[in-house]
Design a protein around this ligand. Structure first.
Ligand code: MV4
Length: 448
């Protein structure tokens, strides 16, 4: 039984994981960089240890140091959160070798899903539809052009190891493809140590809909329905909601079954997400799998009543799921927005000293925040300072709540994206549920 967990992360997710531990009577160990010495999560944990300088290689990516602290504090398990080491198969192997439970899937399955080319092949084997495209690695721009003409433009050129849009580019002609190929491959090689490229047909006006799954170590798998996250800017999600207003119950059920099949075929365990693109005819296609807890997990918790972090710990303890698919129901509608310390016009990060920080309060408002008043947002990490999640019995109600809550938020000293969020949410197009992947591009044109 896990009695003590080291949280190998920072910010709002570290705070979220510490809360789940406290609820279960589990001791907590926080780790932090010099830039995060005053972060709220550091004071929430039972014990806290300095990792080193702000640079991530010396702090949140420092496997040896994190493992040393885990051993010295007698932690039984490590929760990696999202980002940082959360999808690093080597870290899982090191934890396991040290006798420390990694709260997540095995390194082998993480490694497989970390390669988008391997993931596409695995999904095809599991009978899950994939976006039309190439099977293996494309080695040269000439080969790419040949296959592109079979698939047909527009095409998404993607890096197999890609993430955050790195190595990904839309191309419309042979010329564009030739120009884009080597550069994207090189970028992927630099960022991920893997320059392997593949291509997919670009699906326009599709929706990004992902299925949350939970899988225990005894072969039991359930899905917790979908989240719609089509509103993204530069590969960063901005708004996430559940359920999707677009898909029918029948499509919802089919997508859930496909996700469960995929997970069973992979032998995947713990919490995970299967991302799909869904076209205007409600045909769905596998996009990628996330082998971690995700930023947007709260919207699923709000509509299902489940605590996903608590379930992750139960699963890591070797316990069987206590729920069956038939026990799960969608209740109401939840929307999450990500609050960033950034200029709403230029989108540049806006670090600095927060002089005023007043959160909205309400029964159906959930705040997951990383900062406080009189706190310095540093320039070292992702500028997300928190998330606002609202729940309504209907989508309209949730939208109304969200607009009011965003207007109540009072943050001074730094700039935030709240004006941009209000512009998105308080728009006819969002209210009508017309939220395809083209939304930000077509609707939110910055004023400069
Ligand atoms: C796509 C796509 C359309 N066609 N792939 C993948 C990673 C994610 N961050 C964006 N991804 C997409 N992959 C094919 N073949 C559409 C997206 C996409 C998207 C693209 C541009 C602007 C907003 C978007 C929101 C969600 C998904």
């Amino acid at each position: 039984m896990i009695k003590k967990i080291l949280i190998a992360n920072r910010g709002e997710i570290a705070a979220r994981i510490i809360r789940a531990c406290k609820k279960q009577g589990i001791q907590t160990v926080a780790v932090y960089s010099e830039a995060d010495q005053k972060a709220p999560y550091v004071f929430m944990a039972d014990e806290s240890f300095l990792l080193g300088p702000p640079r991530v290689v010396e702090s949140y990516l420092n496997m040896e140091k994190i493992l040393r602290i885990a051993k010295e504090t007698n932690a039984d398990a490590i929760h990696p959160g999202y980002g940082f080491l959360s999808e690093n198969d080597q870290f899982e192997k090191k934890c396991t070798a040290a006798g420390i439970i990694f709260i997540g899937p095995t390194g082998d399955v993480m490694n497989k899903m970390g390669s988008k080319i391997a993931a596409r092949a695995a999904m095809q084997e599991a009978g899950v539809p994939i976006v039309p495209g190439t099977d293996g690695v494309i080695d040269t721009a000439e080969d790419a052009v040949k296959v592109a003409n079979e698939i047909g433009y527009p095409i998404m050129l993607k890096a197999s190891a890609g993430g955050g849009g790195i190595g990904m580019q839309v191309v419309h002609t042979d010329d564009e493809l030739i120009k884009a190929f080597a550069g994207n491959s090189k970028r992927a090689q630099t960022f991920f140590g893997d320059g392997a490229m593949f291509m997919e047909k670009k699906l326009d006006h599709a929706r990004h809909i992902e299925i949350q799954i939970l899988a225990d170590q005894h072969g039991n798998v359930v899905h917790l329905f979908e989240r719609e996250c089509s509103i993204q800017r530069r590969n960063q999600k901005v708004v996430e909601e559940a359920p999707s207003t677009f898909i029918s119950d029948q499509t919802r059920q089919k997508m859930g079954e496909a996700a469960i099949n995929a997970v069973k075929t992979l032998g995947y365990t713990n919490a995970g997400t299967i991302e799909f693109l869904v076209d205007e005819q409600e045909q769905f296609y596998f996009l990628e799998m996330n082998t971690r807890i995700q930023v947007e997990h709260p919207v699923t918790e709000e509509i299902t009543g489940m605590d996903i972090v608590e379930e992750q710990i139960h699963i890591a303890n070797g316990k069987a799921l206590t729920i069956e698919q038939g026990d799960l129901k969608i209740d109401g509608h939840a929307i999450e927005v990500r609050i960033y310390a950034e200029d709403p016009v230029t989108f540049f990060p806006s670090p600095g000293h927060i002089t005023t920080f007043t959160k909205p309060i309400g029964e159906r408002i959930r705040n997951e925040v990383a900062v406080t008043e009189n706190y310095d947002v540093t320039p070292f990490y992702d500028p997300m300072i928190g998330k606002l999640i609202v729940k309504g019995s209907t989508r309209d109600e949730a939208i109304k709540q969200l607009i009011e809550a965003l207007q109540q938020y009072k943050i001074e000293g730094i700039k935030t994206n709240i004006p941009m969020l209000l512009k998105v949410i308080d728009s006819d197009r969002f209210k009508a549920g017309d939220t395809t992947t083209a939304f930000v591009e077509e609707h939110y044109l910055p004023t400069v």
